[in-house]
Design a protein around this ligand. Sequence first.
Ligand SMILES: Nc1ncnc2c1ncn2[C@@H]1O[C@H](COP(=O)(O)OP(=O)(O)O)[C@@H](O)[C@H]1O
Ligand SMILES: [Mg+2]
Length: 370
Amino acid sequence: MGKVIDRYHAQVAAGELRPDPEQQAAAGRLDTLAGALEAAPARGGLLSRVLRKKAEPPRGIYMWGGVGRGKSMLMDLFFDCVDLPSKRRVHFHEFMLEVHDRLRVERSREHGDPIAPVAAALAEEARLLAFDEMVVNNTADAMILSRLFTALLTLGVTVVTTSNRPPRDLYKDGLNREHFLPFIALIEQKLDVITLNGPTDYRLERLGGFPTWYVPNGQASTDALSRAFFRLTDFPVEDRANVPSADIAVPGGRTLHVPKSLKGVAVFSFKRLCAEARGAPDYLAIARYYHTVIIVGIPIMGPDKRNEAARFKTLIDELYEHKVKLLAAADAEPMALYPDGDGAFEFERTVSRLMEMQSAEYLAQGHGET
Ligand SMILES: Nc1ncnc2c1ncn2[C@@H]1O[C@H](COP(=O)(O)OP(=O)(O)O)[C@@H](O)[C@H]1O
Ligand SMILES: [Mg+2]
């Protein structure tokens, strides 16, 4: 038995995790993989040169199941434990943005197929690629994934990924899906597909029937939201001064500063999101990166706040469409936020979405599903 399964058992024994047979089985499989990766000879190392052939890389894992089943938790545990000099954990969406950037550079060189050199560079950088939240919902990704991953696996990269869907449902009903089917076949053939789909949505449990919309702004609301943040991220409250921040990439080459960013949960002030010159690309980036967003300081908006109201509406549309969970502190219930300015009629849809986003049905949905 190795580190992954030991740490999993230790957390169960400490009462941090409830015993869950499917999780335990998955932890066992990840444990075996960690051991195999550590035992495999380094590429280009003495042993692999003596053997004069490329050893098959350890077989990767595709772990799927509903939201809150512990996929990211197990992935983090595995990734932390595995002792490899060149390992990389990256959000799938961020990875694909990077791949497209690199392909663009290669294409401008006009050296034929751009995928081969990009895959070679990626393989050189990491023997283990761990993705969280594999979702395919755009044609540009769908069309290159099969060739990209075939190349990566051939070059000896081990892939571990999580997803809310089984492989056969990826890019479901997508355009030109026939070109995507080889990717599904590749995953089913080359990775171990395991399910983590037990009866308990642990995230929902941690949201625990607490309200998600707090009125009014002030200390009591801030305290409640801060408790929710620590519960959702398992971050030690004593260490509250050291919650990490992040700068996420926004299409178009800009970045967006996220004051608190941890385990897929982001905290923003309304001011930063809607009172500055921000727009749909920023909100789309947030909706893709984070499964839960906490917004504090939402004011009641008079007619002079039409720009703020319009941005807020765009923000909520993106969060809603990506099934992002929203926790917020505001000076009023949704229907009283923007009663009579320009566009107040269109804002009614925002109100209705904000109401729906508080429902148990909405909170139980998977992030990023469209
Ligand atoms: N067995 C468990 N007992 C208690 N909490 C758990 C258990 N498994 C996961 N959690 C917690 O539930 C939340 C959701 O888990 P997460 O790994 O983010 O789910 P997923 O990635 O499948 O959506 C996290 O806060 C996680 O620490
Ligand atoms: Mg997750």
